[in-house]
Design a protein around this ligand. Structure first.
Ligand code: HEM
Length: 535
């Protein structure tokens, strides 16, 4: 037999084998699988390629909502995945400790076997990690860290001041400025390291690199087969350059921190070291690699989410001038000078500010996707696990999509309208607020809820209150004013012009809004422009 005949024969044999195998698998998934009776998109029933494809084009949150409208509040969104769109399911899933994070979170580890609080699956390991991280970012931790956060916000305000001049103001892309601020804050919280993204361009590559990494990681999570295949090696090539640069930067941060006294400042390293020294602490053998894995995870978890929340809120404030006016008036009448704008009873009394933050987190949740959970393979409890009346067998992943739930009009009437007043006791009935509070889940709920929630609220409140204290602002003129919103007539689910658009990469990516700033009198008094000395 000639060489080419053998080759042809092998190719045909492989083709038929693969085709028969695929037909076998797809038929099983359609006809015999335990989830065969559930409605859902045809491709999703036979392959994770459905979610993988929409993760690649960053629209999975929108498609999930649209699919719920077509298929109902429980649907099959992958061969082994059920996604729900009700409050009952939210609490049945995330409130039940027998559900653990799905194995797909393994796609987010940088080094095999080294986990952080976000991606660790084992419950005991999670508990000991959370003990440490919790101390860094909880309310008490924030009392130590707030002065550092305030210093960084001052730099942010100065940058806004420099963008404005009496005659003409240059438009500021809030996504860039806020992301730089949020990363600078996290660099100091995690490593005590001044990244100085707000003032110099040297480390800007890390923001781009992390955005790319978020997208790749989310694609691997949603289409886990990629993670297990050779395609993954090709994907890794895409971000190798930036990854190397980022690794070197992390090494610099770590070396710098190790050369200092452990307790020189309140950051992750000092708190983890303290826990290590505490012999009574059962988690007292924390490896250095664990601490740095934790610190590195703070950037996507802490900086990218907070930047999404704040960029969205600036967008809604200029799109809804009546809300802007009401919030500006609340801030300017609550405080009598800049020094009063800090955590405490005065800031907490700004109910409209909190309502604006929550309403923005509702319409544009910074983590807009489905947070997959499953039964642990070691769960031998004979009692069934029920989600809204559906028994969930082992091997099935379940979840609720926060974007879809936050736009479910059974819980939030007029879901695409920014209406902070819906959260105010004086303007919305107790019954309606009870319904909304049960469905509101931008930080998720239950034992794996966001560890940095207090920090997120503090940072968001300070940034918005201080910006309104020092500036008036509005949308940039011309076409720039459109950046961030939907496009009328768009057929890809992005037609809502007044909705801040998120691009689902686990932490939603985003752009804009472009704003112009006019300093108020206090700005001129409190800040001297750089070059004339700092305030
Ligand atoms: C508006 C801002 C934020 C939002 C919307 C947000 C949202 C979330 C969500 C939805 C989760 C659950 C993820 C999952 O189940 O896979 C989470 C977890 C987490 N977040 Fe945040 N987050 C924000 C800010 C922060 C900040 C500032 C930090 C502090 C560094 C932080 C640290 C964490 C950590 C460590 C976890 C893992 C917690 C665990 O599994 O026990 N987050 N966050």
């Amino acid at each position: 037999m000639a060489f080419f005949d053998i080759l042809k024969c092998t190719a045909l044999y492989t083709f038929y084998s693969v085709t028969f195998f695929a037909i076998g698998v797809f038929s099983y998934r359609l006809l015999l699988h335990p989830l065969r009776g559930y409605p859902g998109p045809f491709v999703a029933k036979i392959s994770d390629a459905h979610n993988g494809f929409f993760a690649i084009n960053k629209r999975l949150h929108i498609v999930t909502r649209e699919d719920h409208i077509k298929y109902g509040s429980v649907m099959r969104h992958g061969p082994n995945k059920l996604v729900f769109n009700t409050v009952q399911a939210l609490h049945d899933i995330y409130g039940n400790e027998r559900f653990i994070k799905s194995h797909i979170y393994n796609a987010t580890t940088q080094t095999p076997g080294v986990y952080n609080t976000f991606n660790v699956i084992d419950k005991d390991a999670h508990r000991s990690k959370l003990k440490i991280v919790g101390k860094v970012v909880n309310e008490r931790g924030m009392r130590f860290f707030e002065p550092t956060m305030q210093e960084q916000i001052n730099i942010f305000l100065r940058t806004l001041g420099e963008s404005s001049s009496e005659s003409s103001a240059s438009p500021v892309n809030m996504t860039d400025n806020i992301r730089n601020l949020a990363c600078d804050i996290i660099g100091l919280l995690a490593f005590g390291y001044p990244l100085e993204l707000q003032t110099t361009a040297t480390n800007h590559f890390m923001v781009k690199g992390m955005a790319l990494a978020n997208w790749l990681v989310n694609t691997r999570m949603q289409w886990f087969r990629i993670q297990q295949s050779r395609i993954n090696d090709l994907l890794i090539l895409l971000d190798t350059g930036v990854r190397e640069q980022y690794k070197r930067l992390l090494e610099r941060m770590i070396k710098g921190r190790l050369s200092e006294d452990k307790h020189i400042r309140h950051d992750l390293y000092s708190i983890a070291s303290e826990a290590n020294e505490d012999l009574a602490n059962p988690g007292g053998s924390i490896r250095l690699s664990d601490i740095w894995a934790e610190a590195a995870a703070f950037f996507p978890a802490g900086a990218f989410s907070t930047s999404g929340a704040l960029s969205a809120l600036f967008f809604y404030l200029v799109r809804y001038p009546e809300c802007y006016d009401r919030l500006a008036s609340e801030i300017r009448s609550t405080f009598s000078n800049r020094a009063e704008i800090k955590s405490g009873p005065q800031l907490s009394s700004c109910l409209y500010l909190r309502a604006c933050i929550d309403e923005s987190l509702r319409i544009s949740p910074p983590v807009p996707g489905t947070l997959w959970r499953e039964r642990a393979s070691s769960d031998n409890d004979p009692r069934p696990i029920i989600v809204e009346g559906h028994e969930i067998p082992k091997g099935i992943q379940v979840g609720v999509n926060s974007y879809a739930l936050h736009h479910n009009d059974a819980y939030f009437p007029e879901p695409f309208r920014f209406m902070p007043e819906r959260w105010l006791p004086s303007e919305s009935s107790e019954e309606q607020r009870k319904i909304m509070n049960a469905a509101f889940s931008p930080f998720s709920i239950g034992y794996r809820t966001c560890a940095g929630k207090s920090m997120a609220y503090l940072e968001s409140s300070l940034v918005i209150a201080l910006t309104l204290w020092y500036f008036d602002f509005e949308a940039a003129p011309g076409k720039l004013a459109m950046v961030g919103g939907g496009t009328p007539g768009s057929l890809d689910g992005r037609a809502h012009t007044n909705e801040y658009q998120l691009y689902d990469t686990f932490n939603g990516a985003h752009d804009g809004p472009y704003l112009v700033f006019r300093p108020r009198e206090d700005y001129i008094k409190d800040f001297r422009l750089r070059g004339q000395g700092s305030s």
